[in-house]
Design a protein around this ligand. Structure first.
Ligand SMILES: O=C(O)[C@H](O)[C@@H](O)[C@H](O)[C@H](O)COP(=O)(O)O
Length: 616
């Protein structure tokens, strides 16, 4: 077991690899990644259940304990157990504090086992909308437990309204033994079932699902008879057209089965531990249509099976929802005797700090167009509409431009578009995300590219056009000074007293074959930079000296659009969308405050995992 205190996602990935090596392949052949989302007070229960389930299903268990969203600092503590107290699996228990807890996926995604299904189980109050939790959006199967909700029946109805195939609920799993016994009873009768009575507490979601199941299978409307004398569903009685009555009644750990004209029989009906219920759900990785039918029949919602299997992540900040305000509890202190992660100790060089990415991250959409030409036309149309909308809302608009072939085709498409005249170009601010540090007028400059392809044809206000300084500008051949100058220009344009940067409505990026964006290159110092603007030396893409906005600056834009076309971009795009990490794949580290848009052609989208490609 390794305990990592106040750590980073990267350290957890490294420590897991180290622990796997030292465990000598204890947990090979993992069939799935199981993400468990749980509150601190229920961790022990969740661990006990997961231990039972993982003993039946070899998997990587990723337990996410989220707390104190309001805490101003972010912190991650992690515990890595391979083939130990959590069963024969690889387990990472992660405690996330502060705003980091809202972006658990940034830590969890790199830990998913490649190419195997992902199952997410919430042990506790289920999320109102699964789309609000990225850990649910990435999962192939999603397991909630409405039995844990404060208002269990309302939670069940909410599951129906929010349903997508692949969802399931442990309140449903709980009636598997009942359904087995009742199905056996049906087999013994020829008569038609005309009615049913279910005796259960009024708020029992399991009884509600039993009612829905009987409605969906037999076309009857069962009567729910409320009782407060029993904590769980007490009995199910079926009335046949012949007048026969079949009844199944729970008695402690068994059931009595009675049928008109037959002797009463005792049958096993054991209440299973949560871990057994979880294990049952892990046995199937396709959608459970019978559950969907039962849920829809109970809630009176039709067409559940026809819904899309995948959800789009919808950002929701629980801190802004007054009902969920949480009082921060003291952060656990690192135990003095706890050893530090061995690989980190072995690392001789001080590691640079990862840039703090903005905690605000809107929805991510992936739009795949047939080819680069259509992509350029569509992106151009989108840009024109975005600028018109921004001007309608605020009177002006601002866009951050980039360089490269894809950007050039989009600029040309805007230039050739009659609708471009609907934009008041004199009220558009233009900034650059990066620039090649060469003399002014040099055809290598991104500024020159944009001017020739588009800007020269537009009635812009020159005072609103802000190219990055050239190498023959006021700072001469000093890219650091030029970067600092651009940072000052940005600060001067920011709203006084509120920010260091102006508002960017949309920031456009091309994606390099190696996953670079702007002039932030993989494993390059620019990928660690936290100042707003950075000089770049030794760029792997010529020319070698450049200036770039850094990741924290890019991530303040309202919308960030990443554009890529062609097969040579497919692996970079695939890695970025799989959460490759901002240093290894800078494109994975950018996002818009309100929206991140991937604009791809089919060839560039080829390696985007199917489950992500369906995000729209
Ligand atoms: O100055 C640059 O080179 C760019 O700003 C760079 O980030 C570019 O956008 C990508 O490399 C994609 O370029 P392509 O669209 O040409 O592949």
């Amino acid at each position: 077991m390794i305990g990592l205190w106040d750590t980073t996602g990267n350290e957890v990935v490294k420590a897991l690899a180290a622990e796997r090596r030292s465990a000598g392949g204890v947990a090979s052949g993992m069939a799935l990644s199981l993400i468990v989302v749980v509150d601190e007070k229920r961790v022990r229960e969740a661990e006990a259940a997961a231990t039972i389930a993982t003993s039946q299903h070899p998997c990587r268990l990723l337990m996410v304990v989220r707390s104190d969203f309001e805490r101003p600092i972010n912190r991650l503590d992690a515990e890595i157990v391979v083939g130990g107290r959590l069963g024969p699996c690889e387990a990472v228990v992660m405690r996330m504090y502060g705003r980091l807890a809202l972006h658990a996926e940034s830590v969890v995604m790199p830990l998913l086992v490649p190419d195997v299904p992902v199952v997410t189980w919430w042990h506790g109050e289920p999320p109102e909308l699964i789309a609000n939790d990225f850990l649910g959006v990435v999962a192939d199967r999603r397991i909630t437990d409405t039995g844990q909700a404060d208002d269990r029946i309302a939670a069940l109805r909410q599951r129906a309204s929010d349903y997508a195939p692949g969802d399931t609920d442990l309140a449903w799993t709980r009636i598997t033994p009942w359904r087995t016994l009742l199905a056996g009873a049906f087999d013994t009768i020829d008569a038609q079932v005309t009615g049913a009575t279910i005796v259960a507490p009024a708020s029992d979601p399991t009884a509600a699902l039993m009612s829905g199941w009987l409605t969906a299978r037999l076309g009857i409307q069962p009567k729910l008879e409320a009782t407060e004398d029993f904590p769980r569903m007490r009995s199910v009685t079926l009335h046949c057209s012949t007048g026969d009555v079949l009844s199944l009644t729970r008695e402690d750990s068994m059931a009595t089965f009675s049928r008109t004209g037959h002797a009463v029989r005792n049958l096993p009906l054991v209440r299973r531990p949560t871990g057994e219920e979880l294990a049952e759900e892990l046995r199937r990785l396709d959608a459970d249509q019978i559950y969907g039918d039962a849920l829809g029949a109970y809630a009176g919602v039709s067409g559940l099976e026809g819904r899309a299997h995948k959800r789009v992540h919808i950002w929701k900040d629980p801190v802004l929802a007054p009902a969920r305000r949480l009082r921060p509890s003291p952060l656990p202190r690192r135990p003095p005797s706890r050893p530090r992660l061995p690989p980190a100790r072995a690392c001789p060089r001080p590691r640079p700090q990862l840039p703090r990415v903005s905690p605000l991250m809107g929805e991510t959409s992936v739009i795949v167009h047939s080819d680069a030409k259509v992509l350029a036309q569509a992106a151009a149309a989108r840009l024109v509409v975005k600028l018109i909308d921004a001007q309608a809302a605020r009177g002006f608009a601002s866009v951050v431009l980039t360089g490269g072939r894809m950007a050039a085709t989009v600029y040309e498409a805007v230039a050739g578009m009659p609708a471009r005249d609907a934009v008041d170009w004199s009220r558009v601010d233009l900034w650059w995300g990066d620039e090649r540090f060469v003399p002014s007028g040099d055809p290598e400059r991104n500024e020159v590219l944009a001017r020739e392809a588009l800007l020269d044809a537009l009635p812009l206000d020159p005072a609103r056009v802000h190219p990055m300084p050239p190498s023959d500008g006021p700072d001469g051949d000093d890219p650091e000074a030029a970067a600092a100058r651009y940072a000052q220009m940005l600060a001067a344009a920011a709203k006084p007293g509120t920010a260091q940067l102006p508002h960017f409505d949309v920031l456009i990026l091309g994606v390099g074959e190696d996953g670079h964006v702007a002039s932030i290159f993989p494993e390059h110092p620019s990928a660690y930079e936290t100042r707003p603007v950075s000089a770049v030396r030794g760029s792997p893409k010529p020319p070698p000296v450049r200036i770039t906005l850094t990741l924290p600056t890019i991530n303040t834009a309202e919308e960030v659009w990443l554009m890529a076309a062609g097969p040579e971009k497919s692996s970079a795009v695939g890695m970025a969308m799989a959460g490759g990490g901002p240093v290894q794949v800078p494109a994975s580290g950018v996002h818009g405050v309100e929206r991140t848009l991937w604009l791809l052609d089919r060839a560039a989208a080829a390696e985007v995992a199917p489950k992500l490609r369906s995000l729209r």
